[in-house]
Design a protein around this ligand. Structure first.
Ligand code: ACO
Length: 429
């Protein structure tokens, strides 16, 4: 009779153990009973970078990396990108269900009416050097935002939690846009409650002297789709940071700032910026073979926007983004880097090095080209990623807080340092 257990024989002691298998996993703590003597701490697993460790049970986002599937709460990303809006998708991520008309109206009203930031925060933004990276400003400003809402510490009060969720989603676009305008020395443009979430962001970014800013509908829609695609991606580096920091029960602004800091890195949210740099460096299609050769030679050059820890197939988001790119270029004119990107993709997808390693374009390969065409400076790219990812971070944070299995995140280590030794006075060293 098959049983859902794993039998382990410890060849050090000859002892046999049986541990349950639930959902295709064994509990790491079940291994602790496996000891090599009375003083032994018990068997642990060694899994740097969590390559094969589930750290939570989650009902939010499903990914099948081999098949290239991404679903939020069961809904395929392709359908959400085509039929939903970012704010509707954020409601779905946070509550588990698509909203009714009334729920959606309320949700949108609440987000729209929380976009203004306290005027004191402008003082903080003004304090940054003119060329401060927008992501550094975003991280600090979000952390500072929490100081305006001391009640946010009551993370187990659902109503207070919901209020902070409204505030965080709403104010991300204001903080991001104000940071940008400060960089240019332009006066801050305030939110306009008549506009959609992406439209309002474009308004706060780009409004000049017009009394009423009217976003281009194609660009507004493209941004909305990009926001949907970036809203969550299960246990990635920044979400893991959100959960780990949130597990100390800190208020959500500090945890979002930590998650945003994780997103800042070039291997995560900074990759689309790196893609543009790489394409500009390549400069022309004729230089592609030499560039590919450098990547393959193992001198540490990576084809940015390619490869993914989870997707070993075409990233489903990259497919949608590629389509959106063409819609945007109809309005903005084609990016001169597009031809290089297309040619690079074609060559890489046929090259044995990339085929063997299952390296396909990821979400960042084309998103940068769209942002650039929409006149966002490269420094803003990770910010554009962080804006919608706040919904995912908050959904994951909330799920973590309500999960009785969760405790403060605290991994173990294998200590490889020196054994106990006595302190040596400085004149004897
Ligand atoms: N270019 C060239 N070679 C690559 C690339 C790449 N972009 N990505 C992976 N490889 C190679 C690795 O060198 C490794 O080769 P080896 O087996 O000969 O040592 C093999 O493919 C496996 O790659 P790993 O680094 O082990 O894969 P991992 O899951 O650790 O890394 C990551 C995933 C970080 C995304 C990686 O593919 C990468 O650095 N890509 C470029 C940066 C990028 O586009 N990041 C965005 C990711 S999507 C996101 O965060 C939204």
């Amino acid at each position: 009779m098959a049983s859902d257990t794993l039998t382990i024989v410890d060849n050090r002691t000859g002892k046999k153990y049986e541990v349950p298998i639930v959902d295709g996993t064994i509990r790491a703590t079940d291994l602790r009973q496996i000891k090599n003597g009375a003083d032994d701490f018990g068997l642990m697993t060694y899994d740097p970078a969590f390559m094969n460790t589930a750290a939570c049970r989650s009902a939010i986002t499903f990914i099948d990396g081999d098949k290239g599937i991404l679903e939020y709460r069961g809904y395929p990303i392709e359908q959400l990108a085509e039929k939903s809006t970012y704010l509707e998708t954020s409601f779905l991520l946070l509550t588990g269900e698509l909203p009714s008309k009334k729920e959606l109206d309320e949700w949108v009203w609440n987000i729209t009416h929380h976009t203004i930031i306290n005027e004191n925060l402008k003082g903080l933004l003004d304090a940054f050097r003119y060329n401060a990276h927008p992501m550094g400003k975003l991280i600090s400003t979000v952390a500072a935002l929490g100081t305006f809402y001391p009640e946010a510490k009551n993370i187990f009060d659902p109503a207070i939690r919901e209020k902070q969720i409204h505030r965080l989603i709403a104010k991300m676009i204001t903080i991001a846009a104000f940071g940008y305008r400060r960089m240019l020395g332009m006066p801050y443009a305030y939110p306009d409650n008549d506009l959609s979430y992406p439209g309002n962001f474009l308004n706060m970014m780009f409004r000049a002297t017009e009394v009423k800013y009217e976003p281009n509908p194609v660009l507004e829609h493209a941004l909305d789709v990009l926001f949907i695609l970036h809203a969550d991606h299960e246990q990635n580096c920044s979400t893991n940071a959100m959960r780990a920091v949130g597990s100390s029960h800190v208020e959500p602004y500090a945890a979002v700032a930590a998650a945003a800091a994780a997103l800042y890195g070039p291997l995560h949210g900074g990759a689309n910026e790196e893609v543009i740099r790489m394409l500009s460096e390549i400069g022309s299609s004729k230089n592609i073979p030499a560039f590919i050769q450098r990547v393959k030679s193992g001198e540490g050059v990576k084809l940015m926007g390619f490869g993914h820890r989870v997707y070993k197939n075409y990233d489903p988001r990259a497919k949608i983004i590629k389509r959106v790119a063409y819609e945007v270029f109809e309005v903005t004119g084609k990016s001169p880097l597009l031809d290089i990107a297309l040619e690079l993709e074609k060559i890489a997808l046929e090259d044995e090095y990339f085929v063997k390693r299952k390296l396909y374009p990821n979400v960042d390969f084309y998103s940068g080209l769209i942002y650039q065409a929409m006149k966002f400076p490269m420094d803003m790219f990770p910010v554009l990623f962080a804006i919608p990812r706040v919904s995912g971070w908050l959904a994951q944070w909330q799920e973590m807080l309500q999960d009785p299995d969760q405790k403060i995140a605290r991994p173990r280590q294998i200590f490889v340092g020196p054994e106990r030794r006595d302190f040596v006075p400085i004149d004897k060293r």
